[in-house]
Structures are given as C-alpha cells and as structure tokens.
Design a protein around this ligand. Structure first.
Ligand SMILES: NC(=O)c1ccc[n+]([C@@H]2O[C@H](COP(=O)([O-])OP(=O)(O)OC[C@H]3O[C@@H](n4cnc5c(N)ncnc54)[C@H](OP(=O)(O)O)[C@@H]3O)[C@@H](O)[C@H]2O)c1
Length: 292
C-alpha cells in the first residue's frame, strides 16, 4: 500500500504526528493551516510543502488529517465542502478524543470516508511528543470500508490501537478524562488534607511521590482490585471511624467526597475473594452512616 498524507492544522498534534509518520517512512506531502507561518514550520520539519490554499494539497492527497483545535473541525469540513475540492475515495481523519467521526459526516456526500484516530497521549512540545508517540496507543473508529488503511498505518508504525464502535466514542473519551483529568482533582483533594494541617502542596507531593509510584506499579503488575492496600482493604473499621471523626471536626466540607470514594474503594476491595465479608459489612454501615 502507498498513500499520500496531508494535514490541515499545523499545531502540536498535526506537526508531531506528521513528523512521526514521515520518520516512519510515510509520504507526508504537506500542510495547510490558519496561519501560513505554522504551515511553513511544520512543512520544514517534515520536508514537505506549506500550502497557502487547500485545493492543490487536497488534490494530491489520499488521506487528509484534520488536526485543528476541536472547535474548528466543523468549519474546515464546511470549507472543504464549499470549495468542492474533495475527491471520491479520499480518507478524512480527525484526531480529537471528544468527537466521533460523525462530525465529518457531510464529506461522505463526495464519496469520501470518515474516521477519528485519537492518540492516548498529551502533546506539548514537538520533539518530546514525537518520542512519546512511539509508545502511544490509538483509538480508531469510522467507516468500515477503509479502516484497514488506518490499521495498516498504525501497524507499520508499531503502534497498538483499539478499534471501537462510533457510538461509544463519548464513553471512551469520558473514561480517558476520568483517568487523566480527575486523577489531578483527586490528588488536589488529598493535598487539601495535608494543607489543612500546614503542609504545602509541593512538600506533600515530594513526600507522597514514592507512594504514588508504588501504587501505579502495583496496578501495572496486579490490576486495580489486587493493588489496593490500606485500612479499607484490611477491614480496619476503627481507623475509618477515626478518619470520619477528624474530617468532621477539621475539614467538614471534605466529608461527603471522602465517604463516596471510601464506598467505591470498599466495593472494589470486596471483589477480592479472600476479603472478610463481615468486616466489609461493618465498614459499609459506618460509611453509610448507619452507626452515627
Ligand atoms: N494536544 C494534545 O495533547 C492532544 C491530545 C490528543 C488529541 N488532540 C487533538 O488533536 C487536535 C489538535 O490539537 P492540538 O493540541 O494540536 O491543537 P493546537 O496546537 O492548538 O493546533 C491547532 C492548529 O489548528 C490550526 N487551525 C485552527 N483553525 C484552523 C482552520 N480553520 N483551518 C486551518 N487550520 C486551523 C491552528 O492554526 P495556526 O497555528 O495556523 O493559527 C493551530 O496550529 C484536536 O482535535 C485535539 O483534540 C490533542
């Protein structure tokens, strides 16, 4: 298989992924962007052409990656349709996690095929992102007809991928957000406990970092339920009662989220067959306030 690839949107993802693909031996033919300066930079890095107009670049391409910010994807699709420059059989791909391929629906009127290809990675600076792409897992969805072309690209690049149903893109994205964004919120929640007794976030982070690393390592080797340690997994109800009492007195606004997380942790812990059922019940009653 041989394909000519172009990018609309020469930002962090478009430039990094284009550079990655060109280093993997793919034919990245060029860039078009809102500002010609961005297109020139990306084209220079990928040894391709910066285009001032879309039409000559689109004419030469088999695969068109739309790597603008999410809010601009629709207007690019409208522009491509209005300029009437798409050709039958062309593949259009965006790389957003939040949208499914359906945001590109209207280009199917031109006989084009539509996909989303989301890298489970964060892109800040170009060189680092290109390195990180080596181990990035992608999620793809879209028309069945030519999805094998995207699979071929990822296999040739050595990247693993999930292939999902387009209807589930939003659930997939919500999961990715919980893991990457809400983890930050959870850390901030934990730091607020330290902060309430005069330990600042930076010092707390340095102190708990080995704990975090150990936990991640345990999840990696044992899976979530077996990675659990601490009072809930041991069934130490007195310890949990002490937590609740001191939170009520010192940081009462943290109580409801603490309880909600503790109940979810208890639920996870109860999936380990060796756990003591009676201790689990006692903890549940304490956390649900039955014994208050
Ligand atoms: N960054 C991440 O960590 C990450 C991770 C996974 C997926 N993604 C997805 O990747 C896509 C790109 O994100 P990004 O972080 O690379 O964004 P970005 O750095 O802000 O780049 C977006 C680029 O799109 C260009 N652009 C905006 N409107 C345009 C238009 N109408 N026509 C042509 N070009 C236009 C901008 O142009 P100029 O520079 O020319 O002004 C900019 O260079 C998004 O769909 C995002 O959800 C991002």
């Amino acid at each position: 298989m041989y394909v000519k690839i172009c990018f609309i949107g020469a930002g962090k993802v478009g430039t990094s992924f284009g550079l990655y693909l060109s280093r993997k031996g793919f034919d990245v033919i060029g860039y078009y962007s809102k500002s010609f300066e961005s297109a020139k930079k990306a084209a220079y890095l990928t040894n391709s052409i910066a285009y001032k107009r879309l039409s000559p670049m689109i004419k030469l391409s088999d695969i068109i990656f739309i790597t603008t910010n999410d809010d601009a994807i629709k207007s690019v699709v409208n522009q491509l349709s209005q300029e009437n420059i798409l050709n039958k059989g062309q593949i259009l791909v965006h790389m957003s996690g939040s949208h499914s391929s359906s945001i590109l629906n209207s280009v199917m009127n031109f006989g084009c095929y539509i996909y989303s290809m989301h890298p489970l990675q964060s892109f800040a600076d170009i060189e680092n992102s290109v390195k990180k792409l080596e181990s990035t897992v992608f999620t793809i969805e879209g028309n069945i007809e030519k999805i094998n072309v995207l699979e071929w690209i990822l296999k040739k690049s050595g990247n693993k991928y999930f292939k999902i149903d387009s209807n589930f893109k939003s659930i997939y994205h919500a999961g990715a957000c919980v893991i990457s964004n809400y983890l930050v919120t959870l850390m901030d929640f934990g730091f607020s406990f330290f902060n309430s007794i005069g330990i600042d976030e930076k010092s707390a982070f340095e102190a708990v970092y080995p704990l975090i690393e150990g936990t991640i390592e345990n999840i990696k080797t044992l899976g979530c339920k077996n990675a659990l340690t601490g009072p809930i997994s041991r069934g130490d109800s007195n310890t949990i009662e002490n937590h609740l009492d001191s939170i009520k007195v010192n940081i009462p606004d943290k109580l409801s989220f603490y309880k909600a997380m503790a109940l979810m942790t208890l639920d996870l812990s109860s999936k380990v067959p060796s756990r003591d059922k009676e201790k689990i019940e006692t903890l549940k009653n304490i956390l649900q306030g039955v014994d208050e």
